[in-house]
Design a binder for this molecule. Sequence first.
Ligand SMILES: NC(=O)c1ccc[n+]([C@@H]2O[C@H](COP(=O)([O-])OP(=O)(O)OC[C@H]3O[C@@H](n4cnc5c(N)ncnc54)[C@H](OP(=O)(O)O)[C@@H]3O)[C@@H](O)[C@H]2O)c1
Length: 257
Amino acid sequence: MKAAQIFDLAGEVALVTGASSGLGRRFAEVLAANGAKVALVARRAQRLDALKKRIEDSGGRAVAIEADVTDRAAMVRAFDAAEKAFGAVTILVNNAGIAHSGRALDLSEEEWRRVLATDLDAVFFWAQEAARRLLAADKKGAIVNIASVLGFGVSKGVIAYATAKAGVVQITKALALELAFKGVRVNAIAPGWFVTEINEEFLASEKGAEIKRSIPAGRFGTDGDLDGALLLLASKAGSYITGATIVVDGGQLVALA
Ligand SMILES: NC(=O)c1ccc[n+]([C@@H]2O[C@H](COP(=O)([O-])OP(=O)(O)OC[C@H]3O[C@@H](n4cnc5c(N)ncnc54)[C@H](OP(=O)(O)O)[C@@H]3O)[C@@H](O)[C@H]2O)c1
């Protein structure tokens, strides 16, 4: 079998949350470049429109859908809009996320709930909605949740984020177990440090330089480093993989162990 065939996503409809920036923007472009029609979801509509144009200029198909992932009604509208444009969503990339700063003792209830609502609750509800619709349409599909190495280990000042990401790993396993018999695969990617808007200020600091020195690969992750894991989990190449979390971190996690 040729690689181009098993990774081909022609006929698939992908929905990427958090497509307005960073990793999500790249995920959307990679899925589109490999044949999927892509629904781009985030709050910043102008950015989604710009990405839709880039994808279309490269010969792909995309639709921009403004939605806040923490809003359940907006979620239903987003799936409806994606279906209306392209048909049932067969690949969900649950990528939208936020970070926070602040040690545990200083973290407000509001901040805790904001992070958990975005990084944990929304991951479950969007996966649940995608799976319900796939089963109703009698279709197979793939859900890819974006976790983090901070779902496995922690550093200071990340308690809400790390708790959410550990939860994402567990959501991935629990959903995979319940959905495998229906042909809906659920997996996760746990990236290490990639410079994006979520962390660029922090990674440019002296602490960031220290982190970089601690990464066995000697660098932060960059464009393209997650393409392979995403395509594996989203395509036929990963048809017998479910419940897995693929760590893509330049060796950071093994170095911590
Ligand atoms: N960069 C890293 O080093 C790293 C490492 C491990 C895991 N991750 C994970 O990777 C994912 C993407 O992060 P990133 O690094 O690409 O950060 P980013 O550049 O800040 O992108 C975050 C994306 O999430 C969207 N988003 C945030 N809250 C949202 C909400 N309530 N509703 C809809 N969309 C929302 C943002 O869009 P709008 O603001 O337009 O809504 C944006 O598109 C996150 O889950 C993050 O935790 C990142």
